[in-house]
Write a protein that binds this ligand. Structure first.
Ligand code: SF4
Length: 621
């Protein structure tokens, strides 16, 4: 028996002989042992369904946990360990100025807390303060605009609706509401839901047919039969298996472009969300593309109602307002709470559904400006930083990258450290311009990844990033004024003493400690740097040198034929993510990749030192 909480079984429970009761983190062990056991074995996994618990909490039939999980994106290294450990789809990858990071999608979080097992100091737990009322987002002007939205210009007599989305987000609910609304209007409706084993996170399909008169309806929407293609999830909606239900002559697609990652994207840092244009053009190719509606229903739902759970109804609302569904407002009101109809209208109005299509929100461009990021605008640089930045002679994107990073390195260590960085980037800029490609991809890559390596997250830096006022402000905006933060830490020295779990550090004492540590950053790399003797810290310092050598090596033979390889080499540090053992493993991958690139190069001498014995020893230091 594996269970989420083994203490829920009374101590005097009389288990049959041979039964073992383990916590759920041993589920994999249990499966392996049973697999190797001859004969019949049974494994019982005992944990309430997350979707069911969520429903009960909403109906006040189960207690609402008071603690939330939050990730300090600046401390996060985007290694994916928390996603792999928790296998939770509320752990979302997010592109930021400083690379791919991870965030907890608060609206869908089930308070399972298994992501806390991620091996890093980026997590904080938060007891919310005075949480903002989501309904407050519905401003008076928005409310009055809602009440004046006219009904759809036309209402069709019939519809064949194919809906596809993600389990646990209300696909079946949306189908049931529409079906009930049609029934209340005296129409014939028939629906079929295909949920498979999916409870939460898996694909769910709903077939719905609404006709004027009942007839001999088959339950399913056949190939190319859909008149309305409701894709609550753009990734599922663009899959061939679903698109075969659409036809360019009569199918109109209404699609949510919200980016919900898959399990692989959560755990594997090399897998990212496909380009939005690829997905929408696939949908457009088999539908009446000029009439299709694309909108970020998840963002609209969270922005106006404080939860992603209304996203599917927002999409239904857009389809209704576009005159694609054969139901009327009055039937909505009877078919569900009057409030729902209001929300459908809300969203239709708010999203500008009648535009040809809403812009596709690209995370990379939408997310910068999030917590703890440096997005300086002109004139924001301190004089010392400005001099260093100007010395590079950068323009365009490269200038933006440097402007964001130089002040960080000054805060990380000092002006000289930032100048060291800028000088190296300048050398690359000069070499690249001499080549005359008209691009600065190499310089931009070096600007990103030399910074990443130089700003390695040791104790002083983690302390600095933990007390960034932007992080505290962001936490307060999310969890309300008076939110209480506890940092979840697993310091290497306590780990070495055998501590297996993270400890919670309350902000009232951890904050001042961080400030003190940050002030001591001048000791970094000196004989008095007690943290600097750790094997991993020595490795991190060496990596900066190795990277410079590998880039110099590429610069030494830079030409049209080697240009792309130089860019590839310059980007390799993207592999180095995480803390402690995860980082060590990734460093090994990085070094291997550099070696591969160098050995593939003609007449290449190789500049990367073989791993020193001390690298191996570092694990034990
Ligand atoms: S560093 Fe890794 S484990 Fe920590 S929050 Fe980021 S992705 Fe998760």
């Amino acid at each position: 028996v594996c269970a989420d909480r083994i203490d829920k079984y009374p101590r005097d429970t009389r288990w049959p002989a041979g039964v073992k009761v383990w916590p759920r983190d041993r589920l994999d062990d249990a499966q392996r042992i049973l697999q190797a056991t001859p004969g019949v074995t049974a494994l019982i996994y005992d944990q309430p369904c997350a979707a069911d618990i969520r429903r009960k909490r909403k109906r006040a039939q189960a207690p609402q946990p008071t603690t939330r999980i939050y990730i300090n994106e600046r401390v996060c290294e985007g290694c994916g360990d928390c996603g792999a450990k928790s296998n939770c789809l509320s752990v979302h990858p997010v592109d930021t100025e400083f690379g791919r990071k991870t965030q907890i999608h608060q609206s869908s979080c089930n308070y399972d807390y298994s992501c806390l097992a991620g091996d890093c100091p980026a997590f904080v737990t938060v007891v919310p303060g005075l949480e903002p009322d989501p309904a407050a987002n519905l401003t008076a002007s928005l409310r009055s605009a809602l009440s004046s939205i006219p009904p759809p210009v036309r209402v069709p007599d019939e519809a064949t609706v194919y809906m596809v989305g993600i389990g646990g987000t209300g696909v079946v609910t949306a189908s049931q509401i529409l079906s009930t609304a049609a029934w209340l209007e005296g129409q014939a409706s028939q629906c079929l839901d295909q949920t498979g084993l999916s409870q939460k996170g898996g694909p769910v399909v709903s077939h719905l047919k609404i006709r004027k008169h009942s007839g001999d309806l088959s339950s399913t929407v056949g190939s190319r039969q859909a008149t309305v293609y409701l894709a609550f999830d753009v990734l599922s909606g663009a899959a061939e298996t679903h698109l075969r239900h659409a036809d360019p002559s009569h199918t109109v697609a209404v699609v949510s472009t919200s980016r919900t990652p898959t399990g692989r994207m959560v755990a594997d840092t090399t897998v990212s969300f496909p380009q939005a244009d690829d997905l929408t053009s696939r949908i457009d190719s088999v539908t009446r593309s000029a009439e299709n509606i694309y909108l970020d229903a998840g963002r609209l739902s969270e922005g106006t109602l404080g939860t992603h759970m209304m996203a599917n109804l927002i999409l239904v609302g857009a389809a209704y307002q576009a005159g694609l569904l054969p139901v009327r407002d009055t039937a909505h009101r009877k078919g569900d709470r009057a409030e729902t109809a209001c929300r459908w209208r809300t969203t239709s109005w708010h999203s500008g559904w009648d535009a040809t299509r809403s812009p596709h929100p690209e995370s990379a461009s939408a997310t910068p400006g999030r917590i703890g990021e440096t997005r300086p605008s002109p004139g924001e640089l301190a004089p010392a930083a400005r001099v260093i930045v100007e010395g590079v002679g950068a323009i365009g994107e490269l200038l933006r990258l440097i402007r964001a990073r130089v002040p960080e390195l000054i805060a990380y260590q000092n002006d000289a450290y930032a100048r060291e960085y800028a000088d190296f980037v300048r050398r690359v800029v000069v070499a690249e311009r001499r080549l005359g490609t008209g691009h600065e991809a190499l310089s931009e890559s070096v600007a990103r990844y030399l910074f990443k390596l130089m700003a390695y997250k040791d104790e002083y830096e983690v302390a600095r990033l933990c007390i960034l006022s932007r992080f505290e402000t962001s936490a307060e905006q999310t969890f309300g004024v008076g939110a209480r933060i506890s940092y979840q830490l697993h310091p290497p020295f306590l780990r070495a003493l055998g501590l297996k779990k993270k400890i919670a550090a309350a902000a009232w004492w951890f904050g001042p400690l961080c400030r003190l540590l940050h002030r001591l950053r001048g000791l970094r790399g000196t004989a008095l740097d007690v943290f600097g003797y750790a094997g991993l810290r020595r490795l991190e310092r060496r990596l900066v040198e190795e990277y410079r050598l590998s880039v110099e090596h590429e610069l030494g033979r830079l030409g049209p034929d080697t240009y792309q390889r130089a860019i590839d080499v310059a980007r390799l540090p993207d592999l180095i993510r995480g803390y402690e053992d995860i980082k060590r493993r990734n460093v090994a991958l990085y070094r291997e990749a550099v070696r591969r690139h160098q050995s593939a190069a003609p007449a290449c001498d190789g500049v990367l030192p073989r791993p020193e014995p001390s690298d191996v020893e570092e694990q034990r230091v």
